[in-house]
Design a binder for this molecule. Structure first.
Ligand code: 5RP
Length: 260
């Protein structure tokens, strides 16, 4: 199965596998959104099926909920879980302090609520997601549809005095119409090229009327697991200040997900 994967998918696959192995019986687990998180959900489904792992998953999007149910994971709403033992999610960018840009898949609001409810947040990524400074990936912000053009003007004004390099803003579209999030909102993508002060920008954006949440995840991530296409995985723990490396053997996973 893994022999058919592209190098980037192999990297995502092994990062997700390492993270899935960290999940323990009885845990309440936040399930991220995106292609890397989808691998995680499949790996967890595999453990549920083969090992009888009992977990309760809180998905961060309707599509993750659909996949989780499909692979046999018990899904509960965040309101039932209250708090979570662990959340595992992907990211669009991470820096050396493990601050993130998220929301490429449009699920940043639920992702941030779920991350904030978690004792431990683990990010899974391929190595291309690592940056020196955040901002090359357009920063998504979730805005209320009512008066979104006014909100965009206010954000443009805010960016004039912000420590960023670019200021172009685009409304995210889907099949000719505005992309609508699971919470019924729109996404504005901020093409900033470089974000000098992520914490300051995140706080300023969230003070703006009409902005529901922004895709900067500052001080939320505890660990990042970086996957490589040759099977290597590197785990960085920001709290312990440790870096460890090991390898996933593709041969052991050959019969996984034969149905996909
Ligand atoms: C969704 C996200 C995703 O985690 C992010 O876009 C990464 O996606 P992928 O794993 O497909 O590269 O934030 O809102």
């Amino acid at each position: 199965m893994t022999g058919e994967l592209s190098p980037i998918d192999k990297a995502k696959f092994v990062a997700a596998k390492r993270a899935a192995d960290m999940v323990e019986d009885g845990m309440r687990v936040g399930l991220g959104t995106g292609s890397t998180a989808a691998w995680l959900v499949r790996h967890l489904g595999d453990r549920v099926r083969d090992e009888g792992l009992r977990i309760k998953g809180v998905p961060t999007s309707a599509r993750t909920a659909h996949l989780a149910k499909q692979v046999g994971i018990t899904v509960i709403p965040l309101d039932e879980a209250g708090t979570l033992n662990m959340t595992i999610d992907g990211a669009d960018e991470f820096d050396g302090d493990l601050n993130l840009i998220k929301g490429g898949g449009g699920a940043l609001l639920r992702e941030k609520i779920v991350a904030a409810a978690s004792e431990e947040v683990v990010i899974i990524a391929d190595a291309a997601k690592e940056v020196g400074t955040l901002g090359a990936f357009p920063l998504p912000i979730e805005v209320v549809p009512f008066g979104w053009t006014t909100t965009q003007i206010l954000v443009e004004e805010l960016l004039v005095s912000a420590d960023v390099m670019g200021r172009r803003i685009t409304l995210r579209m889907n099949a000719g119409k505005p992309f609508v999030t699971d919470e019924g909102n729109y996404i504005l993508d901020l093409h900033l090229s470089r974000i000098g002060n992520a914490r300051q920008l995140a706080m300023a954006l969230n003070q703006m009327p009409g902005v529901v949440e922004n895709g900067l995840f500052v001080d939320l991530c505890d660990k990042v697991i970086i996957g490589y296409s040759d099977g290597r995985v590197e785990t960085r723990d920001i709290n312990e200040g440790t870096v460890s490396e090991d390898r996933i053997d593709f041969a052991e996973t050959e019969n996984l997900f034969s149905d996909i």
